[in-house]
Ligand binder design. Structure first.
Ligand SMILES: [Mg+2]
Length: 326
């Protein structure tokens, strides 16, 4: 009989198999299954998360400089803390490099880590280095919640589904970096969204304070990440396709493929959240003070999934999986 490998179970299957072995969290803590773990020490909550970038999978040296990779390692972790409504605080990093790695790349990587850390209010306090076949940059980050951490599991029927900013730009940025033709201004904005994402930290805090019931950052794609909220909360949704805030540069560059990138592209690191209708206007106004728009794209229902009023199956299958190459 042929031996199974990790691609047979996929990223989420692999996480589930490991988490089952780690046991059950003590009361008040949340372990695997949200953007961050929520830990409790001496009655205080702490947010704890980790993410890793691997050459050939998450970036290529042909289009990402060391400084970009360092910045992004910080930003994507800070985004997970933002998605709980928390403030990123400290990080440790792990670096795996082949012997042949140019010193200039690693110096630039450290510059990017430091720059990203400053921009997100984080101190990088240490790390570890080893040797391997691909450049691999891991980061683990702790953060402090402002109010009770906003989990994925709190969405209630009747809540509005909202998203910050615009969607599809990071995925279009990747295509542009890989050689897709685009007007210069759009090309620069789109590649920046891929290389230098900025975590929505202040926005996430305002959304948490404003009464969000569930929140997640868009890393796998709008549809996949909405699916995570629906599954964790045990609810359904009704989405208005015409309301999805597709990035204007993506519309210009991608034409009829723009909506595919906005729905499934991922890595936009915008915040997707649910909130009672009564709180929507106030939150939108506070988040606008940070220069970020909030768009309502639908609402949470008891069950089922509607897309423009029609029965919708797609949400079950879409989304990025590192181990399945999808
Ligand atoms: Mg996340």
């Amino acid at each position: 009989m042929e031996e199974r490998n990790v691609s047979d179970v996929g990223e989420f299957g692999l996480i589930a198999r490991a988490a089952a072995r780690f046991g059950i969290p003590p009361a008040g803590e949340v372990w695997s299954g949200d953007d961050c773990a929520v830990l409790r020490f001496d009655g205080r909550d702490l947010l704890f998360t980790t993410d890793v970038l691997v050459e050939g999978v998450d970036f290529e040296r042909s289009w990402a400089r060391g400084a970009d990779v360092g910045w992004k390692a910080v930003a994507i972790n800070a985004s997970d803390i933002a998605a709980m409504g928390g403030m990123p605080r400290r990080a440790v990093t792990t670096l795996v490099v082949p012997r042949s790695t140019p010193l200039a790349f690693v110096d630039a990587l450290a510059d990017g880590l430091a720059e990203g850390a400053r921009a997100h209010g984080v101190g990088v306090v240490g790390g570890d280095v080893s040797r391997g076949s691909e450049i691999t940059v891991g980061l683990a980050m702790i953060g402090l919640p402002t109010v009770a951490p906003v989990l994925r599991s709190g969405a209630k029927s009747g809540d509005l589904i909202c998203v910050t900013g615009t969607l599809g730009a990071a995925a279009a940025g990747l295509l542009v970096l890989q050689g897709l033709d685009a007007p210069r201004a759009a090309r620069e904005r789109l590649s920046a969204r891929q290389l230098r994402p900025i975590a929505r930290v202040e926005e996430g805090r305002a959304i948490a304070l404003g009464g969000a019931t569930a929140m997640i950052d868009i890393s796998d794609g709008l549809i996949a990440d909405l699916g995570h909220i629906l599954a964790a909360s045990g609810v359904g949704c009704s989405v208005d396709p015409g309301s999805i805030p597709i990035d204007p540069d993506v519309l210009e560059v991608m034409g009829s493929d723009a909506s595919e990138l906005a729905l499934h592209g991922g890595e936009d690191f915008e915040l997707l959240f649910t909130i009672p209708e009564d709180e929507f206007r106030a939150v939108t106004q506070v988040v606008a003070e940070f220069g970020t728009m909030v768009t309502r794209i639908g609402e949470i229902t008891e069950e089922g999934k509607l897309w423009g009023g029609e029965e919708w199956m797609e949400i079950e299958v879409a989304g990025w999986d590192h181990l399945r190459n999808r």
